[in-house]
Design a protein around this ligand. Structure first.
Ligand SMILES: *Cc1c(COP(=O)(O)O)cnc(C)c1O
Length: 373
């Protein structure tokens, strides 16, 4: 039995008519830029994240870039973030001319360790970007305490974690900005690229809207240099429909994670570390189900599962301080030992809501077979 890592086609079939009717109506109107669909989604996502305002943008990557721009982060500024994240988190910092500074991760959650942040603060530090990786909230209580003490801007990278909570509070509502991605494989995915920034500050919300439209104040009157960071109305229309189902999908992901835990116990697989959820991360939404395979066996297991047509992937194989494009920052092997070890051991297994118990049994029994070899 083959088990894909994702299968977006099954979800689409359950709401095809509803979505096609919206797309058809929008095509009839030919109102593709801004407009009521984008306004509606912004209000819905802001409410969902318990933040005051939403600003639809082109992608999660641009949500990070525009947040940094509005915060006035520029050349000479330092921004502290995790070395274990998707490239865009760090790419955004460089794109605005600032310097990324890494702080290592917590080995249990794979998120930035607040205890490692303080030592990285210099007079040039302006901001911190915690990432809520794989759907689990970073320790925002610890991070906000440090940020307040040092007057740092906080941009939460919520790309993988819409609806996740830290101590009962939604991600994106702690910091100055929360950056969300609607890339198709995120928990709330559009029909292409899209993203949003949420904020609880009305002044920042107004600036975000100005910056996403080339910094335009009045018609063709520009106070700032922004960019074209607008979210397509077509994407907003699709996302508003899908948002209604998001909670049930996220709950199913949690149930699927429980089912994995039981199956790994049933098959007696102990060589693998299952995802650990921190006590404060009381709503983990499992954008990925990422396990650790120790003993240098990860790549062999990945190849073995590949032969059995079981989808799995490595997020992420190389700690960002070791990427060629960041060599100028002077990172060396050994600088961030937890991030480096996790990048060697991590493997993500299928967890999407439409995956079945039978599929998970195939995944776990195959891993058990591999471990017996
Ligand atoms: C997906 C992702 C992004 C970028 O989002 P896009 O919409 O693909 O540009 C940024 N950060 C993290 C952690 C992500 O997973």
């Amino acid at each position: 039995m083959s088990v894909p890592l994702f299968d977006l086609t099954r979800q689409y079939q359950t709401m095809k008519e509803e979505i096609m009717a919206e797309i058809s109506a929008l095509c009839d109107s030919q109102m593709f830029i801004n407009g009521p669909k984008v306004d509606k989604l912004e209000k819905e996502i802001a409410a969902y994240c318990t933040a005051g305002f939403g600003c639809g943008v082109t992608s999660g990557s641009d949500a990070l870039i525009i947040s940094l721009m509005v915060a006035g982060i520029k050349a000479g500024d330092e921004v502290i973030t995790t070395p274990f994240t998707f490239f865009a988190t760090v790419g955004a910092i460089v794109r605005v001319g600032a310097t990324p500074v890494f702080a290592d991760i917590d080995p249990a959650t794979f998120n930035i360790d607040p205890a490692k942040i303080e030592a990285k603060i210099t007079p040039r530090t302006r901001a911190v970007i915690p990432v809520h990786l794989f759907g689990q909230a970073a320790d925002m209580t610890g991070i906000m305490k440090i940020a307040k003490a040092h007057k740092l801007v906080v941009i939460e990278d919520c790309a993988q974690a819409i609806g996740a909570e830290c101590n009962g509070k939604r991600v994106g509502s702690f910091g100055d900005f929360g950056a969300i991605s609607f890339f198709p494989t995120k928990n709330l995915g559009g029909f292409g690229d899209g993203g949003m920034v949420v904020t609880s500050d009305p002044d920042k919300a107004a600036l975000l809207k100005c910056f996403r439209n080339h910094g335009q104040g009045g018609t063709y009157i520009h106070k700032f240099v922004g960019g074209n960071f607008r979210l397509d109305a077509l994407q907003a229309a699709v996302l508003s429909i899908k948002l209604k189902y998001l909670d049930s999908w996220s709950e199913t992901r949690v149930r699927n994670a429980e089912s994995y835990r039981k199956l790994f116990a049933e098959y007696g697989v102990t060589e693998i570390t299952l995802p650990q959820v921190a006590p404060y991360a009381n709503r983990m939404i499992y954008n990925q189900y990422s396990v650790l395979v120790s003993g240098g066996k990860r790549d062999a297991l990945r190849a073995y599962l590949g032969e059995r047509k079981i989808g799995c992937n490595v997020y992420y194989p190389l700690s960002l301080h070791l990427q060629e494009c960041f060599a100028y920052l002077g990172g060396k092997p050994g600088d961030y030992p937890v991030s480096e070890r996790v990048s060697q051991e991590i493997l993500s297994l299928p967890i999407y809501p439409e995956s079945t118990e039978e599929m998970r049994r195939e995944v776990v029994s195959s891993i058990a077979d591999f471990m017996k070899k």
